[in-house]
Design a protein around this ligand. Sequence first.
Ligand code: DQA
Length: 146
Amino acid sequence: MTTILVLNGPNLGRLGTREPEVYGSESLADIEAQLAASVPEGVEIDLRQTDDEAELVGWIHEAVDRRVPVVLNPAAFTHYSYALRDAAAQLKQAGVPLIEVHLSNPHARETFRHTSVISGIATGVIAGFGSGSYRLAVDAVLRSLG
Ligand code: DQA
């Protein structure tokens, strides 16, 4: 069984009701169901969400230790969490794929969202396609696994 960790940062548990004009009307549970339905047999989606930076860092450490590829929507941590970047850099060091995703296109929004401290160590970045960003990212992980 191949596992893909789909990790989500702060406020993403509010998807569906949070600024639907920006983030769409689907909940994280909807996205999880779509991803689970889209992956081939033998691939498991392990989707998690936290508002807690320490918990997210811990999940990245787990991914490093287990060599599990990660799709990460760091949410607001994208823009300032050096702790998350340092954790994610260990995925790069271990050769484990990390795809940064965003529902919106942060570059088309407020200036503070134009900076990502994660992108520099990510395998790739997908942004602006709503829940489709997650599907594209999972597809990219599957292709990288061959
Ligand atoms: C987001 C973009 C971030 O700027 C924001 O803080 C989020 C969601 C996105 O998916 O578009 O919470 O990561």
